[in-house]
Design a protein around this ligand. Sequence first.
Ligand code: SF4
Length: 394
Amino acid sequence: MNFVSTPLLSIYLHIPFCKTKCSYCAFNTYTQFDHLVDRFVDALGEELRITGAGAAAYRVHTVFFGGGTPSLLSHAQFERIFAALNASFTLLPDAEITIEANPNDLDRAYLAPLRALGVNRLSIGMQSSSEMELRLFDRRHDNEAVVRAVDAARGAGFDNLNLDVIYGVPQQTMTTWAATLRQMIALQPDHASLYALSLEEGTSMHTWVERGKLPAPDDDLAADMYDLATEMLAAAGYGQYEISNWAKPGHECRHNLQYWYNDAYIGLGPGAHGFANGVRYSVIRSPQRYIAALLPPSQQPTGAAFPLTPAVDEATTLARDDEIAETLIMWLRLTREGVDRARFARRFGVDLVDLHRPLIERFTRDGLLQVDETRVRLTDRGRMLSNVIFRELV
Ligand code: SF4
């Protein structure tokens, strides 16, 4: 296979199971579904087989197990998924393979076989160092578990670790947030993702705020927390490469970069989203319906063109203008590199500045965008007003 001319593909696998539901979580994930996990793994294998049959033109450079809690799967279940993955797709030898994990699930005995299977990046849900906040979040781990998990991961040979933390949460203070950041930095992850709480309807936290049991999140305080994080992470040697993501040099998440370039990725598993071959799609959200759509496996071709499968719920073929607009919005999130004009022109056949000259000139005059021969980037002020810019660009 000629790798030089072969397009790169990323694969997201959604594992929709958790032991308990966190109070802020609106992800498509279910508790008390242990009895479904094995059949789900079979269904995922079948979904991989069907999509892989149409993906011979691609080489896979990232795989991301998200959720949900992928670290609830057993070694045997991971082995079955990897067997299907390797039988169906061409994975590059240096592919980035990430698993999201709950700190409580991680010890050397669990992690070493995963490392041997080819997993080379771990994303650990730390969320906070404050025991009070962890209880408020209904997390099933404490602060000590995070320390142990990082230690176990390093001991098992993982040299690419991410820690996730949340800010802008009711009752969180600058003091507890600074302590969380200090502890996170002391653990020396290679990558840090900082998420602002988004209070979503249907979550316990949303109900508590609605009923007055918790104060509403304070946006100004959240902005101050973001500024503090920016300062502390920069001082600790982390480069910010995206609005919510920081990394030590060379540890930027290649899987997430694929999303921000709006390049081809397929999403498998209940509720996953994908974009490949000009088609944006989502998979059936219900695990039971997802399994029923894929099992028993059919020996017949499905007739659905890549990336579609019988488990796809909705699909839209993007018009070129929509793809350009979506790509711009995603790409501008890359705060450090911005939009590479030559790469944009290769993909869409037009220079970005020529395409949006009046708007880009106005945003540049207003100090929101910075434009040079090679790139278009948000300025610091532009980052704060990114929603306004994105709205006008579409
Ligand atoms: S572990 Fe993650 S996916 Fe599961 S409920 Fe908590 S936040 Fe949601």
